[in-house]
Design a protein around this ligand. Structure first.
Ligand code: LLP
Length: 443
């Protein structure tokens, strides 16, 4: 299922990038320093609208952003203004959603007979104690990934409505680490346990109104499409109390040259047909949700770094930049591929450059700190315009699972984040200071 009519974001073919959303990369680096995450607001809006606008007769009623992909408040505010709801997996993510202006509860049922959409849903396989307190304090809707959560919730929110996250017995992801279905995954309630879990929910006095499946991240539509059939079967077992079904997340984005966007029209049509059959079976309207993370923000994000050393190790050339896996963990965790481009630094010739095969690494004291590696940790090289110290290397399609997975390893401060909108750049998260690094520590 591919849709070649939607152009992929794609890095410039000559490998040189001078601007991000109309703002000079060199100016961004000069104003905000490097390493720097830059997000293109218009790109995020476009991706939201891909999903919020109906396609013919088919439409998602709710697009719910899996904020774990990119949870900066400015990004949450932006997607909220696009009518996108939000998922939260922790107390911190609930606080972020509230701080970005999301209401804790659903409003009233609309005239269309659809149940109201929950602005925030807490989705997890456990409640840690603070998250249970937070959910109960604000009356947040919960998507339960284990039966134990039901009794814990019932004690604090008697009579609550809940969603069940079901593990359909199969899954798929871009890496085994992002496959969230099947016996190899800890996620969700095993599909065969649903009758038992329904009895537990009823005994606890909870009403099961939602059903959710998420088989993995970075998968493809062929695998995602298999979910609809299983969800329909489980929904019929649960019965008429259901008023919402969620297809989960996992929509792919093109990272590599030549990859294209998936056929979202075909995907929503498939789910809409499932929803219609359930509506007929239950005799009432069913809300249809999708829960993407990566799709909404990946292509909007750029990690701007500075080349600080160029050296030969035997016959292999290395560019060492000022960002490492502390800044962007995906290559070291999954062997993930990110396009890279070069922006000539101040005083560096900006005309066409020769190209060369280089390995790109960061400053950390581990050999694994390499952005050009394949799954399994093997160092690979990339064909890039030849670079010198002071040039800026831009790591692209870094707006999902980029900043949010950054760490303070090697006592490196978290980078700054900037949102570019209407040709203007705005700092939306200040770079950490060295003092931030040991705040709360004592001797
Ligand atoms: N819903 C649930 C319940 C999830 O666990 C996830 C992702 C999503 C939705 C959103 O999936 P997406 O649409 O973004 O594929 N760190 C990895 C990805 C881990 C995803 C975890 N869950 C990476 O960098 O690829």
């Amino acid at each position: 299922m591919t849709d070649t009519s939607t152009p992929s974001g794609g890095a410039p073919h000559d490998g040189l990038r001078h601007a991000i959303a109309g703002v000079s990369v060199a100016d961004l680096a000069a104003r905000h320093g490097t390493p720097l995450y830059v997000y293109d607001a218009e790109c995020i809006r476009r991706r939201c609208r891909d999903l919020t606008r109906p396609r013919g007769d088919d439409a998602w009623d709710t697009v719910r952003f899996a904020q774990k992909a990119c949870s900066n408040l400015a990004v949450l505010d932006l997607v909220r203004r696009e009518g996108v709801m939000v998922d939260a997996v922790s107390t911190g993510e609930i606080r972020r959603a509230l701080a970005a202006g999301y209401a804790p509860h659903a409003g009233r049922r609309g005239g269309d007979g659809l149940p109201p959409a929950h602005p925030i849903v807490y989705t997890a396989d456990i409640f840690d104690r603070p998250s249970l307190d937070e959910v109960a304090r604000h009356g947040i809707h919960v998507n339960c990934g284990s039966a134990d959560m039901l009794e814990q919730l019932a004690e604090r929110m008697p009579g609550a409505e809940v969603t069940l996250r079901v593990n359909p017995g199969f899954g798929h992801g871009h890496s085994q680490k992002t496959n969230t279905g099947g016996e190899g995954s800890k996620h969700g309630i095993w599909h065969e346990s649903i009758p038992d879990v329904m009895r537990r929910a009823e005994a606890a006095g909870l009403m099961v109104t939602g059903l959710h499946m998420h088989i993995g991240s970075g998968t493809d539509l062929a695998h995602l499409a298999e979910v609809a059939g299983t969800l329909e079967r489980v929904a019929r077992d649960i019965g008429r109390s259901l008023d919402t079904v969620s297809a989960g997340g996992g929509l792919p984005v093109p990272y590599r040259p030549g990859e294209v966007h998936a056929d979202l029209g075909g995907y929503v049509a498939l789910w809409n047909a499932t929803r219609r059959r359930l509506e007929e079976a239950f005799g009432h309207r069913i809300r249809l949700e999708i829960e993407p993370g990566r799709y909404l923000t990946a292509e909007s994000g750029y990690l701007v770094t500075e080349v600080r050393a160029v050296k030969m190790q035997g016959s292999r050339k290395y560019l060492l930049v000022d960002a490492g896996f502390n800044t962007l963990a995906r290559p070291v965790m999954y062997g993930a591929y990110h396009p890279m481009t070069l922006c000539p630094g101040p005083g560096s010739p900006s005309a066409a450059r020769s190209r060369e095969e280089v390995a790109v690494g960061g400053p950390l004291c581990e050999s694994g700190d390499i952005f050009t590696q394949t799954d399994g940790g093997f160092v690979a090289t990339r064909d890039l315009p030849s670079a010198r110290v002071g040039d800026l290397l831009v790591i692209e399609i870094a707006g999902a699972y980029g900043f949010v997975m950054a760490s303070n390893y090697n006592s490196k401060p978290l980078p700054a984040e900037v949102l570019v909108d209407g040709g203007r750049d705005r700092l939306v998260r200040a770079r950490q200071t060295p003092e931030d690094l040991f705040r709360g520590e004592t001797v």
